[in-house]
Design a protein around this ligand. Structure first.
Ligand SMILES: Nc1ncnc2c1ncn2[C@@H]1O[C@H](COP(=O)(O)OP(=O)(O)OP(=O)(O)O)[C@@H](O)[C@H]1O
Ligand SMILES: [Mg+2]
Length: 219
């Protein structure tokens, strides 16, 4: 359900629209910054899939991300959902931050990033796509973006090995970001978090082969 009455189609682009990112790879949205109801909004738009065989999948991605953002409403480390724009786009709060990159990696920011991830896991979600472009830093606020691949886990399943692995993998991604930013090597417990168990590497290899074949067919 939309909290604001948003248009049912992506508004035509004009001088007030800024392209933040062009979707180039399979099922990537175009991402725009534009005013909605007088405030700057970010719109993730899968409109280029309209009337294509991939439209149902694109709709599902929009529904999933909107549902996740709705459930995380009020949590300061996720952008606030404004609503869906028809079936193929969603609008959210514009966070006026910068992607996490070198120069911003002070210890306070990195601590807040780890805290944000712990908070997300405590909400019962794994993110599954953490990398610097999906983390915005807005002075004291660290915001995790891009919940397309996020997974919500029912409480009774949270200790299952696969879900523990997804949480480990999220943490490994955060540690990788920290390592890249600070140039410091990881030691002890953190170094072991980076090493995926053997069964995980095997499943991931099979998935990658399947995914590349699928992409080869549909691209
Ligand atoms: N709420 C926001 N506020 C400010 N900038 C944003 C916001 N959402 C997205 N962006 C910018 O747009 C970029 C792309 O957005 P996002 O990561 O959600 O999409 P994507 O990676 O293309 O999508 P997907 O992984 O779902 O295919 C982000 O890296 C960020 O720079
Ligand atoms: Mg992204």
């Amino acid at each position: 359900m939309n909290t604001l009455s948003l248009p049912v189609r992506m508004p035509a682009q004009d001088a007030t629209t800024r392209v933040l990112k062009r979707g180039e790879r399979l099922l990537e949205p175009d991402v725009y910054l534009l005013p909605m109801h007088g405030v700057p909004a970010v719109v993730k738009d899968y409109g280029r899939y309209r009337r294509t065989p991939l439209a149902p999948l694109a709709r599902m991605l929009v529904r999933r991300e909107a549902r996740t953002l709705r459930r995380l409403r009020g949590w300061r480390h996720a952008p606030r959902l404004m609503g869906r724009v028809g079936g193929l786009a969603l609008a959210m709060e514009f966070v006026p931050g910068r992607p996490l990159s070198e120069g911003q990696g002070d210890d306070g920011t990195l601590r807040r990033l780890r805290g944000a991830l712990a908070g997300l896991h405590a909400h019962g979600y794994t993110h599954n796509d953490l990398h610097p472009a999906n983390v915005l830093v807005d002075s004291e606020r660290v915001v995790l973006l891009d919940y397309t691949a996020a997974l919500r886990v029912p409480r009774w399943l949270r200790r299952a090995p696969l879900l523990r692995e997804l949480r480990r993998s999220d943490l490994a991604n955060v540690l990788k970001i920290e390592q890249r930013i600070t140039g410091r090597a990881l030691a002890g417990r953190h170094a072991s978090v980076m090493a995926a168990p053997r069964w995980v590497t095997a499943v991931r290899d099979v998935w990658k082969r399947f995914y590349h074949r699928f992409k080869g067919r549909t691209a």
